[in-house]
Write a protein that binds this ligand. Structure first.
Ligand code: PMP
Length: 307
């Protein structure tokens, strides 16, 4: 990707809009040293009604909740963050974009305890296309089961979207890419399927959907939640607390990823085993998902925050 002030000329930081060059923090910030930040990734879609932010309320809630285990309190109301985000989109004349709020411990002292460190917060927005590539949405991706396991939720809260957690995602993703795969699939400590480095996983078998439950150590994905709702509304049975063994990946009828960045991306191969091209269930859910987020239907209108 790679962007600069050409793409992001304004950033909202600690309550003010600042220029790209002024969005700076101190090198001794606690968050940099210990990974004590929480963040969100949110998409805004270009619709006939103008830019529409997808599931703002759920993302905002997850941001505040993610800070809980770390005592990281955000002293801005969600409404202020929402309005700041909309203003960023307006000022930069963005249509569809990706929105990145981040809150973290700033500088006071550098003990592991963040005791007197202030909470810093910023929001940026920039244009962003398909995360795993346009072709991936149609043809699917090849994934490699990672040799790195996910943290267990007894080791670190896996339902919080904490910056420090993503070193695990980086290791898994880079390992997969160095072997010629597009993305990784990460098993949990028990060896069952957890999720991708930045995606949740769904499996289709005999016309029913299965996705690992929260107890498997996954992030409670908002796209996952949306796809579960959409699928049930279409009449599918969805097992949303499934335990999926590694071997079931190989015998699945269909597999796909969900995520803000990945949207609904089919998986066509796991390691050396072919699962197959995008299957009919994935295709139906994917096309319904894009009809909804691009507002070609009036359904689920309460999922959208219009700019
Ligand atoms: N799992 C992980 C580890 C993630 O980083 C993400 C992306 N936020 C997801 C799942 C998907 O979550 P969402 O649909 O809310 O983007």
């Amino acid at each position: 990707m790679g962007f600069d002030e050409m793409d992001v000329d304004t950033i909202w930081m600690d309550g003010e809009f600042v220029d790209w060059d002024d969005a700076q923090i101190h090198v001794l910030s606690h968050g940099l040293h210990y990974g004590t930040g929480v963040f969100e990734g949110i998409r805004c879609y270009d619709t006939e009604e103008g830019p529409a932010i997808f599931r703002w309320d759920e993302h905002a809630k997850r941001l505040y909740d993610s800070g809980q285990p770390y005592g990281l309190e955000i002293d801005h109301e969600p409404e202020e963050l929402e309005e700041a985000t909309k203003e960023l989109i307006r000022r930069q004349e963005l249509e569809s974009c990706y929105i990145r709020p981040i809150a973290f411990y700033g500088y006071d002292s550098l003990g592991v305890s963040p005791k007197d460190c202030p909470t810093r917060i910023a929001i940026a927005a920039w244009p962003w296309g398909a995360y795993l590539g346009e072709e991936a949405l149609e043809k699917g991706v090849k994934v490699k089961v990672s040799s790195w396991r996910k943290h267990a939720s007894s080791q670190i809260p896996t339902n919080a979207k904490t910056t420090g957690l993503y070193v695990n995602s980086l290791l898994a993703g880079e390992e997969a890419r160095s072997h010629g795969y597009v993305e990784a699939l990460v098993l949990n400590k028990e060896g069952n399927v957890a999720e991708g480095p930045g995606e949740n996983l769904f499996l289709v078998r005999d016309g029913e959907l299965y996705t690992p439950g929260l107890a498997e150590g996954i992030l409670d994905g908002i796209t996952r939640n949306s796809v579960i709702t959409i699928a049930r509304d279409l009449g599918y049975t969805v097992h949303d607390e499934a335990t999926i063994s590694r071997g079931e990946l190989h015998t699945a009828d269909e597999l796909f990823f969900t995520g803000t960045a990945a949207e609904v991306t089919p998986i066509r191969q796991v390691d050396n085993v072919t699962v197959g091209e995008r299957g009919p269930v994935t295709e139906e859910l994917q096309s319904r998902f894009f009809d909804i987020v691009e507002r070609r239907t009036d359904d689920y209108d309460d999922w959208f925050s219009y700019v």
